[in-house]
Ligand binder design. Sequence first.
Ligand code: ADE
Length: 335
Amino acid sequence: MPDADKSALHSQKSLDQALRPSLWDDYIGQPTIKENLRILLAAAKGREQQPEHVLLYGPPGLGKTTLAHLITREIGTSLRSTSGPAIERVGDLAAILTNLSPGDVLFIDEVHRLNRAIEEVLYPAMEAGVLDIVIGKGPSARTVQLELPPFTLIAATTRISMLSAPLRSRFSGGTFRLTYYTEDEIVRILTRSSEILGITADAESIREVARRSRATPRTANYLLKRARDFAAVTGEAMSAKTVRKALALLEIDELGLNQTDRDILTALVDKFEGKPVGLKTLAAALSEEDATVEEVHEPYLMQLGLLERTPRGRMVTDKGYLHIGYEKKKPTLGL
Ligand code: ADE
C-alpha cells in the first residue's frame, strides 16, 4: 500500500476517503447514472465545452458526493464543495463563484436548504455565467454584472420536492436519482472495502453485513468497521456468527433496521393504534427531528414495504406488523 494510503487510515475522515472510489471502474452500482454521466462528460470534452449542470438526488449514503468527485476527476479540474445551509448570504455565494478557477466543479450539498434570495443569484450564474450584484441601497442602487469563469454546478439533495421549479429546470445536464443498491452490489463494495482496510472476512460474513446494510454503501462500510472492531476486541475471527453478534450489540436486526426504525413501527401500531399519523405527530412522539424521520428512516421502511405514506398519514403495512411481532394487522375500526 502506498504511504499516502497508509497515513490515510489514521483518521476517521480519511478512512472514509480511503474507501471512496476514485476511479469510475471502482464505482459499483447505479449503472444508468454512470452511463449517462459518461456520455455527458465525453460529449462536452469532444466539443471542448464545460459540462452542463447536474442535479443528484436520493436517500443519504448512496454516493452523491462520490459521484461529484468522480465527475471532477474526469473533467480534470478542482472540486469546490459547500452546502445549502453554509451559504447564508448572497455575498457568500458571490465569493465562492468569483473565486472559482475556469473549469472547476462547484458541489452544493443539501441544495434544498439554500434560501430563495440566494437561489435567485444562482440562476443567471447557471444560465449565462454571470453574477448580478446590487451595489448600494435605495434610489442610488445599481446593478453590476460580473462575468464568471466557466464552471459546472453539481447539486445534491435528499429532498427533490423541496426544490423550486425554476431551480430544478436549470440543471441542463440532467437530474439523476440514485437508488438503493442490490445485495450483490453491496457485497462487491464490502469486498473492496475489506481489501483496503486489510480485513480478512470470508464471503459469508460479508454477505451477512450486506444483508443488514439498508442497501446503502455508507451503512455497509460502517457496519463492516464495527464488526471488525468487535472481532478485534473479543479475539474472535471474522465469521458470519461474529458479524451477527456485533450487529446485535448495535441493535441492528436481520433486515438492517435500527432501534429508531423499529420505534417508528411500534409507535404507529401501539401508541397510535394503527391509525394514519402525520409526520410531525410521529416525529414528536419519538423525540426525533421531522427531517430525520422523513429522509433517513421512512425511505428504507417504505423500500422494504413495512410502512406506507397515505394521503391521511403514515401507516404500517401487514408486513410491518409481522416484523415487529404482531401476527397480523390490527383492524382499524371506523377508518
Ligand atoms: N463506496 C461508496 N459508494 C460506493 C460505490 N458505489 N462503489 C464502490 N464503493 C463505494
